[in-house]
Design a protein around this ligand. Structure first.
Ligand code: SIN
Length: 330
């Protein structure tokens, strides 16, 4: 009697719920970043989206917000920690609220070239930094290159002393702030999205960034003087929320990991090509004057900035700095 009553009700419930399962929308996963789509990070994000959606598009949709359209990087890092967004790839200079160890990437002239950065990132020490914020909700899934930074200004400069008194935009990192203070310049930390207007309105006189960012965000329109300084690195950590990642089932996690590996490989190839191409674009512009220092001229910049290595040894960890130096000795 009971069974006969339950059966039609159960059947009715299934008939009612079935369309809900059939029409379930894919879960939107937000990937927020601050650069143009046509950059190493922008291209990497698009490749990641297309790989995930081609394999699991019925269940996941990667929603990319480029150009700081959703939020700037400082907010993106806390949004990842709190699980409000799913993916981001902020510059390694933007994690100081969560770890001091990544400051190693900000030390001026620590890495000889991008290959040295690559070696360090792949070393056991570099890999261990990916999990250094896990307990705070931020899990690193890999590194992405943009490239080495160059100095630019609205007036000629060839020696460290030439920057005295000028206002330079920096990312929000105290190593970068101190780097300019050592040159008696004023560091002005500011979100990436504000740099162009700050340059145009002459609220700052200079900045440091990669060839790709200077070109894609047209900073050069207000910075006719550049120095091939290669004095620092601007790379990214691709991050996700730790709980989101751990709650994925193993099969999905493997798929995400595979898509990310492929996307990062592609992004790194784009970074290499863009760094070379955008450098050529910028250095061949008639409106731009490029200072290419000799080895001894560069040495004066190194001497001026390098004291930062020793002053950050305790905070970052001597072993981390040594591993980074080792990567440059090859
Ligand atoms: C980026 O490349 O993501 C932006 C870096 C910056 O803030 O200068």
């Amino acid at each position: 009697m009971m069974n006969r009553l339950i059966r039609p009700t159960l059947l009715g419930l299934i008939t009612l719920l079935l369309p809900m399962f059939l029409w379930a929308e894919p879960q939107p996963l937000v990937f927020s970043h601050v650069v143009s789509p046509n950059t190493p990070k922008g291209k990497m994000a698009e490749m990641f989206k297309s790989m995930i959606e081609s394999k699991m598009g019925d269940r996941f949709e990667i929603v990319i917000y480029p150009n700081s359209d959703l939020m700037d990087d400082d907010e993106a890092v806390s949004a990842i920690a709190e699980g409000r967004i799913h993916f981001a790839a902020p510059s390694l200079s933007k994690f100081e609220a969560y770890t001091q160890k990544l400051k190693v990437f900000d030390l001026p002239f620590l890495f000889r070239d991008i290959e040295a950065v690559n070696r360090f990132q792949k070393s056991p020490t570099g890999q261990s930094l990916l999990t250094s914020m896990d307990s705070q909700g931020i899990l690193g899934l890999g590194y992405l290159h943009n490239g080495l930074k160059q100095l630019t200004a609205d007036r000629p400069f060839t020696q460290p002393g030439d920057l005295a008194g000028l206002r330079f935009r920096t990312m929000n990192s105290d190593v970068l702030i101190k780097q300019f203070e050592l040159l008696n310049a004023e560091a002005v930390p500011m979100a990436f999205s504000e740099v162009y207007s700050a340059l145009a309105e002459q609220r700052i006189q200079g900045q440091e960034n990669t060839w790709s960012n200077i070109y894609s965000k047209a900073f050069y329109e207000h910075q006719p003087y550049m120095m091939i300084s290669n004095h620092g690195v601007l790379d990214y950590m691709l991050i996700t929320n730790s709980d989101f990642w751990k709650e994925l089932n193993e099969e999905d996690r493997d798929m995400f990991r595979y898509a990310l590996e492929m996307a990062l490989k592609y992004g790194n190839a784009v970074a290499k090509a863009k760094s070379a191409n955008d450098k050529i674009e910028l250095t061949s512009m008639k409106s731009i004057s490029v200072f290419k220092p000799s080895a001894s001229e560069l040495a004066t910049w190194q001497t001026a900035m390098q004291p930062l290595w020793a002053s950050y040894e305790d905070l970052i960890g001597e072993n981390i700095i040594q591993a980074a130096r080792q990567a440059s000795r090859h």
